[in-house]
Ligand binder design. Structure first.
Ligand SMILES: [Zn+2]
Length: 86
């Protein structure tokens, strides 16, 4: 088996190990996905925490921009309504 290099843990720099692989069909080709983890469980838990935080942050940012978009829609609706009243 060919050993893959160049996938060090972002936190401690240890070569990450493959925990699972799965095939996925994309368009007409099948790609093989691999999930890697740091061999140090505690370190991986930290990495997971950081990843989760980042995901939450980007999800929050997305929610914020959606909220802004929605409030903009609401404002234009209000403006139309107030114009009707006059
Ligand atoms: Zn690590």
């Amino acid at each position: 088996m060919k050993k893959t290099f160049g996938n060090p843990c972002s936190r401690c720099g240890t070569e990450r190990i493959v925990v699972r692989t799965w095939k996925e069909k994309v368009d007409s080709s099948i790609i093989i996905n691999t999930e890697t983890a740091c061999p140090n469980k505690e370190c991986q838990a930290e990495v997971d925490k950081i990843n989760k935080k980042q995901q939450e942050r980007s999800a929050a940012l997305k929610r914020e921009s959606e909220k802004r978009l929605q409030s903009r829609k609401d404002n234009s609706k209000k403006n139309k309504e107030s114009k009707k009243k006059k």
